[in-house]
Write a protein that binds this ligand. Structure first.
Ligand SMILES: Nc1ncnc2c1ncn2[C@@H]1O[C@H](COP(=O)(O)OP(=O)(O)OP(=O)(O)O)[C@@H](O)[C@H]1O
Length: 797
């Protein structure tokens, strides 16, 4: 079995016509309650929503009571206890079958605790066949009804992961199989796995039954037929259509793959009462499911690089979770009170999985698409050279007559020359691939930095937010209640912590990869240089060996082809680099936007500190605040309001509560000016003044700006204080700005009060913990513009 990142196949662009971002679809299925499972605590509200009743728990648990006694979860689709196998198949997988026939990859996987009904949904019974059987039936029916059934080829493989070992279910005697990954981690192969070609539904059903019989199933206290392994069924549909194109016949190949996965269920030792071997199996199952949960958490948090390496399951599911794959997760839950905690966990994972999308992989797709284009160019050029060579060989007999010895030497020379050209092409192609990969890694490292910076500040807020309430909660929480529900903020904080840790791990992995690729690049470049020298040497020998004009002309043509190839390659790689540069700039814009948000936050908090300490400000600082407000306000209107009405400046203010409110009237947009801070505060002020007077003559007329008392701004790169350039490249190098040390670290962030550009793809704002801040800001405006005598402000940095 081979999972490959999609390439443009035979001139077909990959899924560019599809929406750029595809969300993972999550379905939930509630299985019928059993007599020994206690009362029903899980209910369907409608075909999307389910409700889980909370445990009755401790009456003194004030927080829990406040939260209410039930929790609602909304998914793409929900199936109740009465739902039929056909309904579940239609609602989750039938669409995927269509996609696979069109050449897409798709995955459906069943998730849930032991005994929750996963195998029932995926495999089913002869009377109630599950998704696997129905999908295969459907697929063959579509193929039969197609105009060109003979052009389809269907193959299947079926494996299980048992105790972290892979077994071929279609050939169980083959022992444990190895998982192999290409060095770039793009394609994963199970070495030696049988991939059987099938012609009919009957044949495939026989294979499926054979595989299911070979699967490891054992009775446990939780499920009489508990699957002790994860089972992965893969069906590949290949459709090859001959195309008439120019002089050559070409074939267009469409290939889609459908994975259908029945995961083993997570289990609690207390419920399964497992001992010995069963307990060990359970530990393996839980470990791999934990790895899957971590991947889901990281992906739903937007991480680009996710640690799939913790288990074979996640390595095999990598494409399904983040690659070019349309994926459906069917979360399984039992409605009885006995399974409340397992159901809650499953519902939570399902909830998180809804945030997973495929957008991130799209970048890798772009790169591989370009590389495949270059490959096509190179192979065409190779063909051209090969044709030329054949022609030269055809011409040879005539020149052989002229002088056999010299001709032999010339032939050898030509062959060497062609071999050197070939080698050069190979090395160039390699270089280009390495460049592409290095650029992608660079972009991803930058992205990880951004995520880390954002999470750090969010984590800090959550921590502050939850510190007081959690303290109370910890006090009121009975100590004998280890796995009860956690406070929402705590669990958010924890998941951010683990995401952060994940991001750091990924970052160090990326850095190692960058080093590795840089070394490979240097080596390739060295080889290329040697190859070039060799070619020049050979070319220099040519004139003395050539006697006839024909030979000369042919060799000249050969060299010309080579030159053209080099030029083409140079152009293509330039394009590749430009595209990556555009992506990099997008990242810089995102970073600026993030920094700007943090600056707003810092300024607001500083103001709060000053207001709370009843500190009145010197007039020049008041003026600076006014300027800042105008700036922000102008930017808001400039950005968001095509119906901006200067006569009614407050009309749109409610759109963004995080902005400082306007003071009196709206000045013209100032957003795009470039602003530099000088060491001399007066120069700063003059600069701002002149800027204002240039752009807003009405608002600046008559205003008197005093010397600026702004505290010196630290240059994070170690430059002179108060002198910050607005160079985007420098901004990228700046360490991420966190609020963890606020207010002491504030000046560090002041760097970004310079030129800021807005990106349409803004980062989500950190959650605002200061409700009513807008009101305080208004009050603060009054403070600032009051006529009270100025008291010196105490700045602590
Ligand atoms: N929707 C359903 N309708 C009827 N019976 C069901 C349904 N779902 C599950 N069952 C029954 O519940 C029992 C447990 O289901 P199943 O074996 O599918 O669980 P599982 O999640 O695969 O468990 P494990 O992870 O231990 O393999 C089986 O007897 C199955 O037939």
């Amino acid at each position: 079995m081979k999972q490959t990142a999609p390439q443009g196949v035979a001139g077909l662009p990959p899924r560019v016509t599809r929406p750029a971002e595809e969300r993972l679809m999550v379905a939930v299925r509630i299985r019928p309650i059993k007599h020994n499972e206690g009362q029903r605590v899980l209910h369907m509200v409608d075909n999307k929503m389910v409700v889980l009743e909370d445990a009755e728990g401790d009456k003194n648990d004030v927080l829990r009571q406040k939260r209410g006694s039930e929790r609602r979860y909304v998914y793409d689709v929900a199936f109740g206890e009465q739902s039929t196998q056909e309904e579940v198949y239609r609602g989750t997988t039938s669409r995927l079958v269509q996609d696979v026939l069109l050449g897409y990859n798709a995955t459906v996987f069943a998730y849930g605790a032991t005994g929750s009904g996963k195998t029932h949904t995926m495999v089913g019974s002869p009377q109630q066949p599950g998704i696997m059987v129905r999908a295969l039936n459907d697929l063959f029916q579509h193929v039969r009804e197609a105009r060109d059934p003979d052009e389809y080829q269907v193959t299947m493989s079926y494996l299980e992961i048992y105790n972290e070992n892979i077994r071929d279910l279609l050939n169980p005697s083959s022992g444990f199989l190895e998982l192999r990954e290409d060095p770039r981690g793009r394609s994963i192969q199970v070495a030696g796995l049988s991939e059987l070609s099938t012609q009919s539904t009957e044949e495939v059903m026989v294979l499926l039954q054979k595989g299911n019989r070979a699967r490891t199933v054992e009775p446990t206290a939780a499920n009489r037929t508990s699957s002790r392994s994860h089972a992965l069924l893969s069906v590949t549909v290949r459709h090859a259509t001959p195309l008439a194109g120019g002089e050559r016949m070409r074939t267009r190949v469409r290939q889609g793959r459908l994975f259908m996965i029945d995961l083993a269920g997570s289990e609690r030792a207390s419920q399964t009462k497992n001992r010995g071997k069963r307990l060990q199996e359970g530990a393996h199952i839980n470990r791999s499911l934990l790895a899957l949960g971590n991947c889901i958490n990281a992906l739903s948090g937007g991480a680009r690089y996710v640690n799939y390496r913790d288990s074979k399951l996640t390595r095999l599911l990598k494409d399904a979770l983040s690659g070019n794959c349309r994926t459906v997760m069917v979360a399984h839950v039992s409605p009885g009170a006995r399974h409340r905690e397992e159901s809650r966990n499953t519902l939570l994972y399902g909830d998180r999985a809804k945030n997973i999308s495929n957008k991130v992989e799209r970048n890798v797709l772009d790169v591989s698409y370009h590389v495949s284009q270059y490959r096509a160019i190179i192979s065409e050029l190779r063909e051209e050279i090969a044709r030329l060579r054949t022609k030269m060989e055809e011409e040879r007999p005539r020149s052989a007559e002229a002088g056999a010895v010299r001709s032999d030497h010339l032939r050898l020379l030509r062959e060497q020359l062609v071999a050197t050209f070939k080698e050069q092409m190979r090395l160039r192609r390699r270089l280009m691939e390495l460049d592409g990969h290095l650029l992608s890694l660079g972009a991803e490292a930058e992205r990880q930095h951004l995520l880390i910076s954002q999470w750090e500040s969010q984590n800090n807020k959550l921590y502050k937010n939850s510190r007081s309430s959690s303290k109370r909660w910890m006090q009121s929480r009975p100590s004998t209640d280890p796995d009860m529900d956690t406070d929402r903020e705590w669990s958010d904080g924890e998941s951010i912590d683990s995401s952060l840790q994940q991001a750091y791990t990924e970052l160090s992995y990326i850095e190692k990869e960058q080093e590795r690729y840089a070394e490979m690049r240097a080596e390739t470049e060295k080889n290329l240089e040697e190859c070039r020298k060799q070619a020049i040497k050979l070319e220099n020998e040519l004139p003395s060996q050539i006697s006839s004009d024909e030979e000369r002309e042919l060799l000249g043509l050969m060299c010309r082809v080579h030159e053209l190839e080099v030029e083409k390659m140079a152009l293509q790689s330039e394009r590749l680099i430009k595209q990556h540069e555009l992506r990099r700039r997008d990242m810089v814009i995102l970073r600026f936007d993030r920094q700007r948000q943090l600056c707003e936050e810092i300024i607001t908090r500083q103001r709060q500190l000053m207001e709370e300490g009843c500190v009145s400000l010197p007039p020049d600082l008041q003026e600076l605040y006014r300027l800042y407000q105008r700036e922000i306000h102008a930017a808001t209107y400039n950005d968001a309001s095509p119906s901006y009405n200067p006569g009614f400046p407050f009309s749109n203010y409610t759109r963004d509560k995080d902005k400082l409110p306007p003071i009196t009237q709206v000045p013209e947009p100032l957003f795009h000016r470039s602003m530099r801070f000088h060491r001399d505060p007066e120069a700063n002020m003059r600069h701002l003044e002149s800027d204002m007077s240039l752009r807003t003559p009405s608002s600046s007329a008559g205003s008197e700006y005093g010397p600026s008392p702004l505290p010196p701004i630290q240059d994070p790169l170690g430059g002179r204080p108060g002198q910050l350039e607005t160079n985007p490249a420098a901004a990228v190098l700046f360490p991420p700005i966190g609020l963890s040390n606020a207010p002491q670290d504030h000046p560090r962030s002041s760097q970004t009060t310079g030129h800021v550009s807005r990106s349409p793809s803004r980062l989500p704002r950190p959650r605002d913990q200061h409700s009513g801040r807008g009101l305080r800001r208004v009050a603060s405006d009054e403070n600032l513009s009051s006529e009270k005598p100025a008291r010196p402000t105490v700045w602590r940095y």
